[in-house]
Design a binder for this molecule. Structure first.
Ligand code: HEC
Length: 145
């Protein structure tokens, strides 16, 4: 065996290791992603999210077509532009906020509403537990046509 052969073999080994590594990383991300993005496919998350969302239902209607209460209705909120429900009197903060409610943005907002969007009018302390937020967001994702 000459030197070039060994180099080739070790290069092949390195490539194979890299491929395996990438596959494992892909699997890890695939396993992690749905849950943390608030997966609708996880029925256990959705059902505990529904129970946790009773804390939101004090102020927010959750049913399709329901009118605003203290807060704007949450039907279709995932993907909806921030501060966009017609006829709801948003604070200046929400009325002028840009973008839409992605699961990630909801997660950030619900962790600490006052800090996430200073000046907003939602008098809710927030949900400290990241898993609870993921469950609520999984449930909110089911509130759509
Ligand atoms: C004490 C009443 C109250 C509770 C409890 C409450 N909210 Fe709110 N929420 C509001 C109000 C009022 C607003 C409007 C805030 C503004 O205009 O600044 C709001 C706004 C929101 C918005 C922005 C909606 C939009 O159309 O841009 C989201 C999302 C939201 N709440 C989610 C939740 C979730 C999820 C929960 C439960 C974990 C919850 N809220 C609990 C009162 C509440």
């Amino acid at each position: 065996m000459g030197q070039p052969d060994r180099t080739l073999r070790s290069r092949r080994t390195a490539i194979a290791a890299a491929v395996v590594g990438l596959c494992l990383a892909g699997l890890a991300i695939a396993a992690w992603q749905p849950w943390h993005a608030g997966s609708v496919e996880d029925p256990a998350a959705v059902s505990s999210g529904r129970a946790l969302a009773q804390a939101c239902a004090v102020c927010h209607a959750l049913e399709r077509g329901a009118p605003p209460r203290v807060g704007p209705p949450l039907w279709g909120v995932v993907g909806r532009p921030v501060g966009s429900v017609d006829g709801f009197g948003y604070s200046h903060t929400l009325a002028t906020a840009e973008g839409s409610w992605t699961p990630e943005r909801l997660d950030h907002f619900l962790a600490n509403p006052a800090a996430a969007l200073p000046g907003n009018a939602m008098t809710f302390v927030g949900m400290a537990d990241a898993d609870d937020r993921a469950r609520v967001i999984a449930f909110l994702r089911t509130l759509s046509d």
